[in-house]
Every structure is written in C-alpha cells, then in structure tokens.
Design a protein around this ligand. Structure first.
Ligand SMILES: Nc1nc2c(c(=O)[nH]1)N[C@H]1C(S)=C(S)[C@@H](COP(=O)(O)OP(=O)(O)OC[C@H]3O[C@@H](n4cnc5c(=O)[nH]c(N)nc54)[C@H](O)[C@@H]3O)O[C@H]1N2
Ligand SMILES: Nc1nc2c(c(=O)[nH]1)N[C@H]1C(S)=C(S)[C@@H](COP(=O)(O)OP(=O)(O)OC[C@H]3O[C@@H](n4cnc5c(=O)[nH]c(N)nc54)[C@H](O)[C@@H]3O)O[C@H]1N2
Ligand SMILES: [Mo]
Length: 754
C-alpha cells in the first residue's frame, strides 16, 4: 500500500502544463476520437453546446478554447468510444459488478441500449423501449404516487427538467429532490431567509468591478477552473482576494493561464490570494465575526465605514447583530477560527478599505451542521457596507452541476411554495399536490423505513453520493421499482429494485434529432444567465433517446390521455416546451426561444440584485448566529473533524483517474490526510493503515477501513479524505439544521489501527 500513496509537493501553478497533461491522460483512457477532440472547439460558444461539467458562466466573448481542464475531461469522457453493451451485461452479474471499483464501472463506457433487470439470473438484459415504457407506466399506476421519488442530478437541461417536474405533479407528488439537496440547498434556504433570493446576486460583469473578494470554502482550481481567469484579471487590476480554507488549495495561491503562451513558457504565474487564512474546519462564523469586529471598531473610532443610508433604508436587525459582535471576545474567536486576531484585523482592513466587495463560497460553507448560519454571517459582513445589489459587489455561491440552479428554477423542487401551482392548474387543467415532498435526506428515511416504493433518477448516482451507505444500500434493494436515465453505469444502478430499468440517454454534445429536426436545449449558470446549447456529434448508439423524450414517454405511459397533455408534440419540438416554460414563468422566461442564443446568455433577473428583498420583513436581514462553530464539533481527546473533498481527477462520483494533481497526491483514493504533528502525537507514519469510525452515539457503528495516513498541511485536529469513498461515515441525521444538506465537511471521527 505504501507505494500506492505518493504525496509529493506539486510545484506547478494551477492551469499551466499540468492541466494539459491531465486532459491528455483522460483522452487516452476515454479513447475519444479525433472528431471528439474537434468537438471541444464548440464548447461554451454561442451556437455550440454548453459544457456539462460545472455551472460557471459562459462569457459573451469566449476564448478560442473556452473550456478548462475538467470541462474538457468531462466532454472527452462523455464522448468515449468505449461501449457498455448488452454483451457486457450478459458477461457480468450485478453481484459481480458490485465488487468493481467506481472507476472500473465508469470505464465500461457509454450505455447503449435500454436494459431490464432479470432477478432470476441477476443480470440486466436488453429490453425494447416500448416494453420498458409500458412496464414502468404500469408499475407507476399501481404504486401510491407519494411513495415514489423523482430525483434529478443537476445536468438535464431546462426543457426535460420542466417536463419532469410537471410529470411528478400530474402523477401526484412533490417528491422532487435534486443533487442540490446535498449541495447548495443551504444557499437556497439560508440566503433566501436573509436576502430573499435563493441564488447568487452577482452578474459575471461584477467580477470586473470589485476591489476585494472574500473567498470561502471553495476550491476553484479543481472544481470551477474557468473562474481562475477572472480572478487572475481581478488581481492584476489590484483587487485583493482573502481566502478562507483549511487547505492551502493551489488554485487560490497561484494560476498560470493555459491560454497565455507567455505565462505558459517563461512568465511567472499570477499570485491569487492576498491573504490566505487557514481557518479551522467550521471556523468561518468565528472568522467572519472577527472581520466584522474590526470593521465595527474602525467605525467606532473614526466613523465613515458603515453605509448608513443603505442600512437605514434596506436592512433590519443591525443593532442586535452589532451587540452580538461586541459581546464576542477575541480569545473565543481565535480559538474557534484557529486564526490570530492580527490576521483577521488585516482582513477587516481590506474589507473596510474596499469600495466593492464580493463574497464567494462553496461546499466548505454549505455542508456544515450550521451552514445556513455561516451564510447569514457572510451576508452580515456584506450588508455593513452595502455590498449587495450594486455593481462590483454581491454574495455569490459557486454552484455545482451545470444546470443545477436551472432545474430548481423550472420546478424541480420538493417545496411546492416555490412552484407556481396556480399556473400549472391553469395551463394543464389539473390540481397539483400542495403538500411538501421529500428532500434527499427524507427520501433516505423513507427508503430505510420501507415507505418509499419507487425511484426514478434523471441522471446522478444517488446511492453513492448520500450519507450512511451501509444502512441505506440494503434497504434500497427493497424498492419495488428503480429507473435510471443515465449515460454510464454506476453503483446506484447495481442496487436494482424488484423491477429495475436502465434507460440510456444522449449527452449534451450529441445531436438530438426529433420530428421537427435537431433540437436545442437551454441551461442556467451560477449567474442566472440562460443559454441555448445544441449538440452536433453523432450519438454513441442509434438506440439512445434524449432525456426529454424518455421523460415524456414515461409520463405518457403512466398518465391518463388528455388532449392538452401533448407529450408527443412536446418531444417533437422543444420550442413548444420553452413556450410552456415562458407561460409558467412569464417574468423570467418570456420569449425564451428568441432570446436563448444571446451571446453570454439572457439574464433572468434576481430581485436582491436590484435591492428588492423578498424576505418576511421586506428588508435585507441581519442574523445573529447562536454558535461560533459551524460544525458544532466539540474538542475531545482522540476526536478529529473529517472533511470529505473532491479531487482533481473526478467529477463527483465519476472517477477519471487517481491523481489529485493540485494537491500533489497520486496513486490511491483510500487515504486520510493529517497534520504531521497530529501524526507524531498519535504515533503514526506516512502509509500507516487505519480505519475511521464515526464519533456519534446513535446505536450504529460506522467505519471505513483500509485508509493510508498521508501527511498534509491541515490545521491540527482536522482530517481530510475523499468523497464518495468516505460517505459511509456520515450519519443521515448529520445535516444543516435549516436545509437538511448533509454535513460532509464536518464529521466527528476517531481513528483506529486497521
Ligand atoms: N472537476 C470537478 N468539478 C466539479 C465537481 C467535481 O467533482 N469535479 N463537482 C461539482 C459540484 S456538484 C460542486 S457542488 C462543486 C463543488 O465545489 P467546491 O465547493 O469547491 O467543493 P469541495 O471540493 O467539496 O470543497 C470545497 C472546499 O471547502 C474547503 N473546506 C472544507 N471545510 C471547510 C471549512 O470549514 N471552512 C472553509 N472555509 N473551507 C472549508 C475544502 O478544503 C475545499 O477546498 O464543484 C463542481 N465542479
Ligand atoms: N461526502 C460527500 N458527499 C457528497 C458531497 C461531498 O462534498 N462530500 N457532495 C454532494 C454534492 S455537492 C453533490 S452535487 C452530489 C452529487 O450527486 P449526483 O449528482 O447524484 O452524482 P454524480 O456523481 O454527479 O452522478 C454521476 C452519474 O450521472 C450520470 N450522468 C452523467 N451525465 C449525464 C447526463 O448528461 N444525463 C444523465 N441522465 N445522466 C448523466 C452517469 O450515469 C454518472 O454515473 O453528491 C453529494 N455528496
Ligand atoms: Mo454539487
């Protein structure tokens, strides 16, 4: 095992030659054709297709190669020439495939034909589309609608997503969780509570006008590399970036632009963070409290720091918040944040002296037990100087999947109050259910108590992405029906219910030919811009169908026929579906088909961006945190705080390879990163084999074995390892209090020799 784990410091900057090499490695594994490589030139261009990796903006004036290492990898992976055909399934039983690694399952290639599970031989066998749709429809008719959940993973475009949500409600439930429930639901709930908007308030252009960025809990080099271009430009114009992260992530330190020949050969990379604050896990509420304390001190001494006019006109709760900051002592702030007063004061000075500040954040904030409170705290800081709702300022979550924000926008939500049910009633003539549906966590509860009977997955690998897998997986197999609309084989497919289907679909870069010709779809990025996307590649197999065609066909097979439910016509012309979206959401989506090819996308608007606060009070609300620790983990002998992270060579549960290049780690994903002083204190060496055990007493033992200890620059008491390998350690009940987002960045664990 020792030689599998090769920690080495990575000397290259983010971007640079390493990223080109990373792409070449995926290319050679995926065996994409030369035509697939040419396809990359169309990525993220108007009239081209939109990258299916992350949700970063697609700018109006794209670079010749407007993609990043990971976007290119995702596309090459999609366009692999490897195929996972019926012959593959004839050769391997489900039990056997269950023993394969995630990487090997993915490496089987693209799914090519519809499959049905045959329990007698424990294999997936070919099924015709008609047979599959008829059987699924019949089964859904027999099940109680509220015992069925329709999950979506964040990739499917607005048109199929709209029909998916509509189908769920026509069928009779709001059980529409999405990957967002494990991701930015903390934003959807926490940000909405304080500023009335569930999404980021910035537009892409704001990044060219800010002079400070507070950058918390997001790893741009790995997860949204295209942001590095505007960050680099911002730094070069004098903008100061203050990074808060327990890991000194490379992308926040320096960046060499792979599209800049000079920087790639001779030039020095651009230094990104002005100040890098290596906060303790969960220490952000305390750290931001320290920053606010400095800002308020300066106001008390000299004045002129707070934006009084803004506070008076737009905010509520300022006095209570200020009282809380004053009552919080520096020693407590230093202890919980792990940062020194002088460092936080320096950050406070940067904030106080900047005219326009943007707060950017990711999973380091959202996946905590008190994540919504940290988001409230970041908003508190921004409100003090009116840094929301004006040019160059705002609060900006970095979203994950390429259309995850858009799926929520068009109705994939378990919260009926977020969907214009009256409009659905008016347009389609039915009574949509109004009771709340399942979040992901609530669905898992229903799987465990066997009240869940059916599952449809529009993409994703839900059983592998969720907490508590050792408990959930056996129960999952008791479902009456599982249906996966998917591109590649994954672990969730290997937990077939009593009736089970895999329905293979097109990827975004492939041509989607329907009755009226090739179809365009639309997606929404993190900045609420909507773009058209058209694929031109020949599909991997002639038997593939589009996500929209599959959703519509299942709906048609399940629901009673009604003249106004025009599933076939909608499938034939996606423009008709856009018209339905425009009728349902006229303010945001009027003339959607006409506007979707606007370079840079069309902006659907955001009230908070215009200082219209859709909160309970009608104001932007200061919030008073009731704790300084976002993870709520108390220090105790032998207890560590575990962070589960993404690595470079993967997209969520899709593992492309075994190199975490930007962290200088290679060879194995079964590692646990640890501070060398903690290693010495525990008598461990590099490569020592350990197991981690969850330190929660709820009657269940949760352990992951076979982990190799790897020295890493982490705060003391913190451990880090990989998602999804360490997911069995997260208890289902361990989630953000408000939004139920699993707290994957703050898991209390103990370590044992293995
Ligand atoms: N290549 C690639 N791109 C992706 C993905 C992928 O898997 N691969 N996934 C996509 C998806 S769905 C999402 S949601 C995004 C996720 O993108 P990110 O939000 O960057 O998610 P993570 O990598 O999980 O980790 C976030 C960062 O939080 C830091 N962190 C952990 N705990 C704390 C804390 O307590 N405080 C602070 N301040 N920081 C902390 C970690 O060190 C890490 O740098 O990326 C998207 N893009
Ligand atoms: N411990 C821990 N757990 C986490 C996280 C963490 O940071 N730590 N992060 C959470 C987050 S932020 C997220 S978003 C979730 C991710 O959870 P999911 O979104 O459910 O998982 P993915 O790995 O993105 O799903 C990959 C699968 O989607 C299918 N697929 C890929 N492309 C397409 C497509 O174009 N169409 C269709 N129909 N299918 C496609 C393929 O079959 C592929 O195997 O995981 C969450 N779980
Ligand atoms: Mo995500």
């Amino acid at each position: 095992m020792d030689d599998l784990v090769k920690p080495q410091s990575y000397d290259g900057a983010t971007g640079g030659w390493g990223s080109l090499k990373g792409m070449a490695e995926v290319e050679s594994q995926a065996k994409a054709s030369p035509a697939a490589l040419r396809t990359l030139a169309e990525q993220n261009k108007p009239e081209g297709y939109m990258c299916s990796s992350c949700a970063w903006a697609k700018p109006p004036n794209p670079h010749v190669a407007e993609f990043c290492e990971n976007g290119a990898k995702a596309t090459l992976w999609d366009l692999t020439s490897k195929q996972c055909t019926a012959a593959f399934f004839a050769a391997h039983s489900v039990a056997e495939l269950g023993e394969w690694s995630d990487h090997d399952l993915e490496m089987a290639g693209r799914l090519t034909e519809p499959l049905r599970y045959d329990a007698a031989i424990d294999r997936y066998v070919p099924a015709s589309w008609d047979e599959a749709f008829a059987a699924i429809g019949k089964k859904l008719q027999r099940l109680e609608p509220k015992s069925v959940t329709f999950y979506a993973s964040g990739k499917a475009a607005l048109e199929p997503s709209y029909l998916y949500g509509l189908f769920a409600r026509m069928y009779g439930h709001n059980n529409l969780p999405d990957s967002s429930n494990m991701c930015h639901e903390t934003t959807s709930v926490g940000l909405k509570k304080v500023i009335g908007s569930p999404v980021g308030t910035c537009t892409f252009d704001d990044l060219s006008h800010c002079d400070a960025i507070f950058y918390l809990g997001q790893n741009p080099g790995t997860n949204s590399p295209r942001i590095l271009h505007p960050l680099k430009d911002a730094v070069e114009r004098g903008c100061r970036i203050i990074a808060f992260n327990p890991l000194r992530e490379k992308g926040l330190l320096e960046f060499a632009d792979p599209q800049d020949p000079w920087q790639m050969t001779l030039g020095a990379p651009t230094k990104i963070a002005h100040q890098f604050l290596q906060v303790r896990p969960g220490g952000d509420i305390a750290a931001l409290m320290g920053v606010c304390k400095r800002v308020l001190d300066r106001e008390a001494h000299k004045g002129g720091i707070l934006d009084r006019a803004f506070l008076d006109e737009h905010c509520k709760g300022e006095a209570d918040f200020i009282a809380k900051v004053e009552a919080t002592d520096w020693p407590e702030i230093e202890r919980v944040s792990g940062l020194q007063r002088a460092e936080l004061e320096a950050a406070g000075d940067v904030y106080a002296e900047a005219s326009n500040v943007i707060g950017i954040y990711g999973m380091g904030l959202t996946q905590q037990v008190h994540g919504s409170q940290t988001i409230g705290m970041l908003v508190n800081l921004l409100l003090l100087r009116g840094n929301i709702g004006r040019k160059g300022a705002g609060c900006q979550p970095i979203r994950g999947h390429s259309n995850v924000q858009g799926q929520r926008t068009v109705g994939i939500s378990e919260k009926p109050e977020l969907v214009p049910l009256d409009k659905l009633r008016e347009i389609f003539g039915f009574d949509p259910p109004s009771d709340k549906g399942h979040t992901t966590i609530e669905f898992l509860g229903a799987v465990l108590d066997r009240s869940a009977k059916g599952f449809i997955g529009l993409g994703g690998n839900l059983a592998r992405a969720v907490p508590d897998q050792a408990r959930v997986h056996p129960a999952w197999r008791d479902l009456e029906l599982t249906v996966h609309i998917a591109t590649r084989l994954n672990r969730t497919h290997l937990l077939p219910g009593k009736e089970a289907y895999i329905l293979p679909c097109l990827v975004r870069a492939e041509e989607d030919l329907q009755a009226t010709g090739p179809q365009t779809v639309t997606i929404e990025d993190s900045f609420s811009h909507i773009y058209g996307s058209i694929g031109r590649r020949e599909p991997a197999s002639p038997s593939l169908k589009s996500e929209l065609a599959i959703v519509a066909a299942i709906a048609k097979a399940t629901l009673p026929p009604r003249p106004e439910w025009r599933w076939d016509e909608w499938t034939g012309d996606y423009g008709e579906v856009r018209d339905l979206i425009a009728r349902t959401y006229p303010d945001e989506f009027h003339d959607m088909s006409g506007r979707m090819n606007t370079p840079g996308g069309f902006y659907r608007g955001n009230p908070a961006h215009d200082r219209e606060w859709k909160t309970q009070s009608g104001k932007a609300e200061f919030s008073v945190p009731d704790t300084l620790s976002a993870n709520g983990i108390k220090d105790a002998a032998g207890r560590y705080t575990l962070l589960t992270l993404r690595s470079n060579d993967r997209f969520n549960t899709t593992v492309y390879g075994h190199s975490d290049r930007l962290r200088g780690l290679k060879g194995s994903r079964m590692i646990v990163m640890m501070n060398p002083l903690d290693m010495a204190a525990a008598g461990l060496q590099q490569g020592s084999q350990v197991q981690l055990v969850t330190d929660v007493e709820d009657g269940f033992e949760r352990a992951v074995r076979g982990l190799a200890v790897t020295p890493y620059d982490l705060p003391r008491g913190a451990l880090a390892g990989y998602f999804p390998e360490l997911n069995p350690l997260i208890p289902i009940g361990h989630h953000d209090r408000l939004s139920k987002t699993p707290a994957a960045k703050g898991i209390p664990v103990r370590m044992r020799p293995d």
